[in-house]
Design a protein around this ligand. Structure first.
Ligand code: SF4
Length: 159
């Protein structure tokens, strides 16, 4: 325990230096400063989830911009949706959206969420995220970098 504590003290903060504040105003004034995010995997390969995990890890530390992950859409302001929406997930995504209180935002994370990406035309694919719920913000990339994910979430909080 002592060794661990002294290592923590020695290493200090490892987070990347914070970039400048976003130039744009927060997308919804009600969410300025703080937004709770529920992730929804609508059918991804999990590559995007790995990058979202990094965005909230100690290096990119999205929490310092007022963004927090929550476990229920009822506690969320923002849905971060990954993957093409599979047939099995279309109803679940719609219900999740309806369970999220207003004002709510949907962020489509990754090429698959935007236009089905690698999985376009697949037999189990229903369509992109905006074929099921309205999308407010898109983060392109396969997968998008943690930087890009953090930058999109900062547009929500304006921090
Ligand atoms: S965008 Fe790329 S990493 Fe993300 S779910 Fe699609 S194939 Fe996987």
């Amino acid at each position: 325990m002592k060794a661990l504590l002294s290592k923590i003290r020695r290493v200090g903060r490892v987070a990347e230096p914070a970039p400048r504040r976003p130039a744009e105003a927060p997308m919804r004034p009600e969410l300025a400063g703080s937004a709770q995010v529920r992730c929804v995997d609508a059918g991804s390969c999990n590559g995007c989830e790995i990058e979202i995990g990094q965005a909230f890890g100690p290096l990119y530390d999205a929490d310092r911009y007022g963004v927090r992950l929550v476990a229920s859409p009822r506690h969320a302001d923002v849905l971060a949706v990954t993957g093409p929406v599979t047939r099995n997930m279309a109803t679940a995504l719609r219900r999740t959206y309806n369970a999220t209180p207003e004002p709510r935002l949907v962020v489509a994370v990754g090429d698959c969420a935007i236009d089905c990406g690698e999985f376009a035309g697949g037999p189990g694919v229903h369509g992109p995220v905006d074929s099921v719920v309205p999308v407010d913000l898109a983060v392109p990339g396969c997968p998008p970098t943690p930087d890009a994910i953090v930058a999109a979430l900062r547009r929500v909080t304006g921090r």
